[in-house]
Ligand binder design. Structure first.
Ligand code: ZN
Ligand code: FE
Length: 239
């Protein structure tokens, strides 16, 4: 199994999880169909599944065209069925979704939206965190409370340390500025910022991160209680 990072729109990432053994793939959060088609074209890989973390347009925009082109099945959160276009496989919190050689646990992580889920490919140690956990940041709270988001982040935080984090946007550099402002003496963060700046300079993604890196460097995961988390979230909204 391998993951291919596909930049979409302005700063979105879609991800292809590719099984080379039988030339099948899933795409996570296709913002648009074109870059996905462009990658798969001539490679003889069949896009069998479309996985959506949540219903925002920059995560589902390619569903319809990709389904039409490849006949893929759309996998999304059952309670969000009405908002996920073309959904056919409805999954629930904690469920293990298994199809072909793909296997992932669904983790319900409300906060950014009420129906946001993460796909945890526990065997491969990948977590697709959408707009809930970003590298060095977390999503804005649109449909939930600070408490829900704090709990959701704690669920993700409890995954094994070597889990790779694939999030929905390239926000890492901007996020790093907020983290270092409020955590200036964090040596691990300073080191990570060097790597991030280098990647950006060379036009490379800063993704994937890891749970370990995020625990060491992401100020939102370092918040010790709901009160300090909420304060940081408010400050970040106006950063
Ligand atoms: Zn979103
Ligand atoms: Fe988004």
């Amino acid at each position: 199994m391998r993951v291919e990072v596909i930049p979409c729109l302005q700063d979105n990432y879609s991800y292809l999880v590719i099984d080379d053994s039988n030339k099948t793939a899933c795409v996570v959060d296709p913002s648009e169909a074109e870059p996905i088609i462009k990658y798969l074209k001539d490679k003889d890989i069949n896009l069998k599944y479309i996985l959506n973390t949540h219903h925002h347009f920059d995560h589902i925009g390619g569903n319809k065209d990709l389904k039409r082109r490849f006949g893929s099945s759309v996998v999304g959160f059952k309670k969000d069925s009405k908002r996920i276009p073309e959904i056919s496989i409805k999954v629930e919190d904690k469920q293990i979704w298994k199809a072909d050689n793909f296997i992932a646990q669904i983790i319900h992580v409300p906060g950014h939206t009420s129906g946001h889920i993460c796909f945890h490919f526990f065997k491969d140690k990948y977590a697709f965190t959408g707009d809930t956990l970003f590298s060095l940041g977390c999503g804005r709270i649109f449909e939930g409370t600070n408490e829900e988001m704090f709990k959701s982040l704690n669920k993700i935080k409890s995954l094994p340390e070597d889990t790779k984090i694939y999030c929905g946007h390239e926000y890492t550099l901007n996020n790093s500025k907020f983290c270092i402002k409020h955590d200036p003496n964090n040596f691990n963060l300073q080191k990570k910022i060097n790597i991030i700046e280098n990647n950006i300079k060379n036009q490379l993604p800063t993704i994937p991160s890891t749970i370990k890196d995020e625990i060491q460097c992401n100020i939102f995961l370092r918040a010790k209680d709901l009160k300090s988390f909420s304060k940081l979230r408010d400050l970040k909204d106006n950063f």
